[in-house]
Design a binder for this molecule. Structure first.
Ligand code: FAD
Length: 470
């Protein structure tokens, strides 16, 4: 009589391994792919476009554009190594379960993600596959520190960055990256795949992505090249120059990290190695850069513990904030970069044209929206979600709440950026403004839509209501 296990998919000697790619569109330092290769059976790679599972947030336009290119790049890398990338759309649970059965897979591997809806789906899939005898494992590939491992002395999540980062960095350092595979044993069976073009991720009518195409090259190879260039040319001055939007002083890795074309482990160890050989200002710059990766971790840990980060105030007393009825015209002026405040307009136009915006200017435009236009931070978060190529489920809402004052370890509400003073300080020659607002200083440039002093006073008066409910 055959052993009962022999009937299960995992029992077959050459039952393939499925690697399910999600926010980790790379072959280098990919622990799930590494495990699949170690298993020694043929490998099927799959990406699922899931717009149907409950609680999943639909991707914004700029993210869809990026995803299209990134999938092309991943498929080419896999093909070069000997494997295929299968594309499927639909709710992940049914897609992965059906695909596993149809190829008779013996194992399914993936790297973890941290949103609540995604974790729920992953947990259900894992339980279902395991019950069917399929080996199923998830790995840490997108964060340096798993959110459940970093806790205060009172066994709670951290709500303040400095002690959080101290706790992260006082333990063992992040593991070393896995080397990129030289060959992947692809599964030879017949397997249907959706056509990427049929997903229509790229805009066509109108095609608004020309600026994105000229600015960005999605994919693992260009992420690696950006990192190398940054370490060689800019890391030493990062601490001083990172706040100057006219300077090419930051890594521009955010969208690549968002889609996992490069892992934080690869970035961490490359920058840490540079730090080891540095002294003085260069060493301080490297530390500062590593700390920014720490903010990315903090955003994800916060999302893990506060899954409604994009809709609910972390500091619940902000629920009492008396947002006035939405002023559509003011919102549109902000979105289009026509507020009459040059630094704000430069940032918003940079965002529209390139799918990105310098961090300093993001803070200024977010402060302006929430504190001078008195528009709810969620409106700004939504706009960024749609237009940023690095739109990230953790970093975007976290930073919006940080600027608005309602977030974890947030800037105090009464800190209202003055966009003109910020411009004088961080773009003193007006280079950044001129590059993005060519008509600045001419009659064609709009007059300011609000008075900075009056609106600041109104915002602080509104904030009194929050203070009263504390
Ligand atoms: P670098 O200065 O080179 O930093 C290296 C990496 O550290 C970044 O790529 C990023 O992964 C991380 N990092 C740096 N600053 C932050 C930060 N404040 N929070 C979290 N991670 C950080 N970043 C996103 O990745 N996605 C977003 O959707 C996003 N939305 C934002 C919204 C607002 C209102 C603000 C103020 C900031 C937002 N940021 C977001 C953070 C920051 O502006 C970008 O990460 C940064 O500008 C990306 O440029 P860079 O890759 O050259 O950064």
């Amino acid at each position: 009589m055959p052993h009962p296990q022999a009937a299960l998919p995992g029992g077959s000697a050459d039952a393939p391994s499925v690697i399910w790619f999600r926010d980790d569109l790379r072959v280098g330092d990919n622990p799930a792919l590494h495990a699949a290769i170690q298993r020694g059976r043929p490998i099927v790679g799959v990406f699922v476009l899931d717009e149907e599972s409950p609680g999943f947030r639909a991707l914004g336009g700029a993210s869809l554009w990026w995803l299209h290119r990134s999938l092309l790049s991943l498929a080419a890398s896999l093909e070069g190594l000997g494997a295929r990338l299968i594309l499927r759309s639909g709710p992940a649970e049914s897609v992965i379960t059906a695909l596993t059965a149809s190829v008779g897979a013996g194992a399914v591997f993936w790297n973890r993600r941290y949103g609540a809806a995604e974790r729920e789906v992953d947990t259900r899939i894992k339980a279902g596959l395991r019950a069917g005898g399929v080996e199923t494992e998830s790995f840490a590939g997108s964060l340096l520190f798993e959110p459940w491992t970093i806790r205060t002395g009172q066994d709670r999540p951290y709500s303040v960055f400095t002690p959080f980062w101290r706790a992260c960095t006082s333990g063992p350092p992040p593991r070393m990256p896995y080397p990129a595979p030289r060959k992947i044993p692809g599964w030879g069976g017949a397997m249907a795949s959706d056509g990427l073009a049929d997903w229509a991720l790229e805009p066509t009518r109108p095609d608004w992505a020309a600026g994105l195409r000229s600015e960005w090259e999605p994919g693992e190879a260009s992420a690696r090249a950006l990192l190398d260039t940054f370490l060689r040319d800019a890391l030493d001055d990062y601490a001083d120059a990172r706040d100057l939007p006219a300077e090419p002083a930051t890594s521009r890795l955010a969208p690549h990290l968002r889609w996992g074309e490069i892992s934080p482990y690869q970035v961490w160890h490359a920058a840490d190695a540079a730090r080891a050989g540095a002294t003085g200002r260069a060493a301080a710059s490297a530390t500062r850069f590593l700390t920014e990766l720490g903010w990315r971790e903090f955003c994800y840990h916060t999302l893990f513990h506060a899954p409604e980060l994009a809709s609910v105030n972390i500091r619940r007393e902000f629920d009492a904030f008396p947002w006035p009825p939405l002023d559509d015209r003011a919102l549109r002026a902000w979105q289009q970069g026509r507020t009459g405040f040059p630094l704000v307009d430069a940032g918003m136009r940079e965002l529209w044209r390139t799918g990105s915006m310098h961090n300093r200017v993001r803070m200024v435009v977010a402060s302006f929206l929430t504190k001078n236009l008195l528009i709810d931070w969620r409106e700004g978060e939504r706009w960024f979600w749609d237009t940023l190529v690095d739109a990230d489920p953790a970093s975007n809402p976290f930073n919006w709440q940080w600027v608005a004052g309602s977030g974890a370890d947030a800037a105090p509400y009464f800190r209202v950026f003055n966009p003109d003073l910020q411009a004088a300080k961080f773009d003193p020659q007006g280079e950044y403004i001129r590059a993005n607002v060519p008509e600045w200083g001419t009659d064609a440039y709009p007059a300011p839509i609000v008075d900075l002093g009056d609106t600041r006073r109104a915002a602080l008066a509104a904030y009194d209501q929050v203070k009263r409910t504390k």
